[in-house]
Design a protein around this ligand. Sequence first.
Ligand code: NOJ
Length: 661
Amino acid sequence: MKKTILLLITILSLSATAKSVETVSSPDGKLTLSAGVRQGQAYYQLSRGSEPVINPSNLGFQLSQGLLSGNFRIVGFQRDTKNETWEQPWGEERFVRNHYNELRMRLQEKKGLKRLLNVVFRVFDDGIGFRYEFPLQPHLKQFEIMDELTEFNLPWDAQMWSQPTNGTVYYEALYTKTPVSRKDTVSTPVTIEAKPNLYLAIHEANLTDYASLNLTPRGTKLLTALTPWQSGVKVYAQAPFVSPWRTIIVGSKPGDLIASRLILNLNEPCRIDTSWLDTGRYIGIWWGMHMNDYTWAQGPKHGATTEMTRRYIDFAAQHGFRGVLVEGWNEGWDGDWTRIGNHFKFTKPYPDYDLEGLCRYAASKGVRLIAHNETGGSATNYEQQLDAAFALYQRLGINSVKTGYVNMMLDGKETQHSQYGIRHYRKVVETAAKYHLMIVNHEGAMPTGLRRTYPNLVATEDMRGQEYNAWSQDGGNPPYHEVLLPFTRGLAGPMDYTPGIFNFTNKAVPATHPQSTLAKQLSLYVLLYTPWQMAADEIENYEYQPALSFIESCPTNWAVSKVIDAQIGRYLVMARKDRDSDRWFVGGATDSEARTLTIPLDFLDTNTVYRAVIYQDGPGADYRTNPYPMTILQQDVSSTGSLHINLAPSGGFAIRIEKKD
Ligand code: NOJ
């Protein structure tokens, strides 16, 4: 009898101590995450139904204060759940569902300092996010992360689209596809074609006061490789502290990756007044510099003159563009600005540029100037002028700034993607919000969904943009590039790719030009999302061009976005519904292969007749020989029908669909 009671007490006290593993499933029950500790090692694993998606993968840190890994016991697990819908001020869709189950695993070192670490997992229907919390505690105050030991242990040597970290500047390498095990260190996002019905994308969300994420394959395991400071430290921190979320989008078809809002959901709700934000299209004194027609610096070919800017403002007003970007307007461009940006003055226009007068002129025409702030990587020089410059722009009615960091080393000492850089870019975005300025950032940080918290961060570059079609020595962006970007870079956030080149002749580098047809340039207005979209060509090339009418009509703020059909890097068809009207816009593009694509129109309202205006490749169109032929036709359509469209090699189409009265 006594023995039985003793046994019972032992069993009861055992079950009162925490279990060594717990599971949490997605709201639809399809994804299951397990987290626990085995022989002191914290780990997680993920499965979809019975198939493994991530095999057991280690968690932890190497701190300069010692290893924070391999010596854990579980203090306890906590659960939470959320099911809410929030509204975006602008975006690919208006309402976003944020529905997840959460598991917090509370860890403590078994021996030594008994330091605490939590790992919070959120499991959504479209994937997972997890992050570390360093709670306030006696034996971990200020600390340095020397390495984050998070692993992503893939069950297969799957094909992965990624760009290399080493040797790549500004995230501007081409994405390539090879098996995971054959890659060197890569930067996120990475996109994995695991199986015919399983696609993954690994990235991060809410990158705040931390280093950017890169991944180093060891066999089929991806190890975290944070971008370091020059000191070798990855992150300087002080408890309480949280890491960014590590994100894994899980889809059964390519379009699921684009449809996922997981990264946004893992960011904090909006913190700024959004009433002043604008969306729309802009043109700029920009391509002319990349084509060598004009210069940024002063001289006979200076582009940013009062006279030229007035012409751009007039054109913008006539054609419904809301902004005019002007590069090379301010002091600092004379000399080698790519080496040192300390000469840039962000409040001092060149003498041939009447900043105040132009702002008045633009306002009289309902257009805004977009300030361009190239820093040459001199972050400190920029920070010292931020308040004065942004206050000036606000006073003049400027509501957006394109920033640039042409120098991988900020202030000549720290790399762009290190914690140093991440702190700087955040300061710019926060200061800009104070002065009601939207930011489009070139070079700099890969987006991580921060636009939810700071929707004035409207877009970034962080990719091989259109500019490579002006001066790259390899002929320009290859035909697959633009149908790949939405599945790679685009998963991180809005892209300032700057589409819309209509003139494919390049006097300076004749072999280099957009490797696309004209119709494909139009398709990019639907396929490459940004709320603040450029028509990049010089305005002379738009005069009397019927194709411009598509750009003029295409919104940049959507109620709904749908992937109709896609194969990663081969072709993509998307439909988006305007947020302010009943109109739908459909874009489709292909790689170097000509195709006929079928577009079922079942997204349209039933029992309604619509009129579709279709801009498609015309007879003989081919990106290699003649990119220009385009046919524009009109046709009545309804939700029960389909369209069949021929795409030229590296061709595309763009369709506007509106209800007939
Ligand atoms: C590189 C940017 O990507 C480009 O848009 C800009 O024109 C130049 N830097 C000059 O700032």
